[in-house]
Structures are given as C-alpha cells and as structure tokens.
Unconditional design. Structure first.
Length: 258
C-alpha cells in the first residue's frame, strides 16, 4: 500500500473554556481516540494520548505553560501511545503493570488483527476493510508494520475515589471496569462533567475484546446511570448529555443484564 504524507497529524478544536479536544484524523475510527486537554489554575490534565505515531507533546506545547498530568483512562494501544512522553503519568492499579511492561496488542494493519478479531469487530459495528488502520504517514521514515507501544511506568497509581486536583478544578477517579480491568472515568461534580474513556461513548461498545468482562461492564453501567452528569466526554465519538447517557446505559443493560 502506498501512503501519502500527512501535512499535519493532529487536529483540534476549542470545546469550552479550558477544554480542548485533539484527535488523529488519519486514523481508522476504531482507534481514533479523543484526546482531552483540561486547563487548570495550578496544573493541566491530559486525558489519553492517542496512538503515539507522532509526538503529542510537541503538538500541545502551545497549550501547556504549567505542570501537566497525563491520565490513561485505560491502556488499550489507541489511548496510551504518547503516554511515555510526559513526566507525570496516572494509571489505575489494575493496569499499571501492563503499562510498565506493555505486551498488549499494538498493530496498525488489518492482518495483525487476525480473522477472529476482525469478525468480532465487524459484528460489533466496526468493519475493517482497509489493509491498515492509518491512511497516511506522520513522517517519511515511519513504517506502520514496525509500530509498537513504548512501555512506561506510571508515576501515580490510583484506585476508585482518588482525586486529581488542578487547583481550581477537582476530578474524582471512578473505576469503571468492563471494557478493560482498569478502565476509569474522571468526574467533576461541580460542573457535572464526566470524562468516561471507553466505559461509555456514542458508538458500539466493545465488551468482548481481550481483558473485557461483561458482568463488570453491567455493574459499571448501573453505576454510571446514577451519576448526575451534565455532559459526557467519551474516549471516542461526540460528547453527549445525561439523557443520552441513560439511553446508552439502558440499551446496554437490556442487552447484557440477564
């Protein structure tokens, strides 16, 4: 396959005061992670870091003028590729070792996924017909077949109920297993804002991938349904409000809670 060279790898938009969304437009929707930059008074927070095929640290240098904590909502490869670039790295305890010694899937080709995974993804609503999960190169010397995730040890390991303090903004860590053992959300009660990672988003939810657990996902959905959110910023796809969150929870529970 012949790739074009991307003129720029990341796109971004200002969402609200102190919140910027970044994404990788040349990446298949399955692995096109939402990357959230949250500005705080004393420090900033980066929620997920994309694939890591291009430097996220360089991309956001104009946004960051204070200490920054990079949070992994979970350690699937599309969310932690750039984590190693940052000095402060927060991961849930259930996935900390997996990030320090990364052995999870990190392929960029259809062939690397394998027939069984491709079949499961297609059934879940993510058919992959293209030979690669990217449609351009970030730089001339980048080889998709050689792509790997850099192992990196978390500098802070958290459990449910931990706090991330930005000075004027305070986020509670919600442990939301199911999609993965250490999936977390970040909940700001003062504004009703939830950064949910892949626990819930506006798209087909994946609960049969490696490391997922349907009973855990059911419990997480029941917990989420009770959270008084105003807005949910997911790990993929557009943001949504409480009414839609309840619909997604109910649809999932109707399908799985039997």
């Amino acid at each position: 396959m012949t790739f074009q060279l991307a003129s720029r790898w990341f796109e971004r938009k200002h969402v609200s005061e102190g919140l910027t969304l970044l994404w990788e437009p040349h990446v298949h929707p399955l692995v096109r992670c939402n990357i959230w930059h949250v500005r705080g008074r004393d420090r900033d927070m980066l929620i997920d870091t994309g694939l890591g095929v291009a430097s996220l640290r360089l991309e956001i240098q104009d946004l960051v003028d204070k200490p920054l904590v990079a949070v992994a909502t979970h350690i699937h490869f599309d969310h932690v590729g750039g984590l190693h670039e940052f000095d402060e790295r927060l991961v849930h305890a259930d996935e900390a070792e997996g990030m320090a010694n990364y052995k999870g899937f990190s392929g960029l080709s259809r062939a690397s996924l394998g027939a069984e995974v491709l079949e499961g993804l297609a059934a879940a609503g993510y058919p992959i017909d293209e030979p690669y999960l990217i449609d351009a190169l970030p730089r001339p010397d980048f080889c998709p077949d050689d792509f790997t995730i850099c192992s990196t040890a978390p500098t802070r390991i958290v459990e449910d109920g931990a706090s991330v303090d930005l000075g004027d903004r305070h986020f509670e860590v919600l442990h939301l297993p199911g999609h993965s053992p250490g999936s977390i959300g970040l909940w700001e009660a003062a504004t009703g804002t939830l950064f949910s990672g892949d626990a819930i988003y506006e798209g087909p939810l994946l609960d049969e991938v490696s490391g997922s657990d349907i009973p855990d996902y059911v419990a997480s959905m029941k917990r989420l349904r009770a959270v008084p959110v105003n807005v949910v910023h997911g790990g993929h796809d557009p943001s949504f409000g409480r009414e839609r969150m309840v619909e997604i929870c109910d649809e999932y529970l109707a399908h799985r809670d039997s």
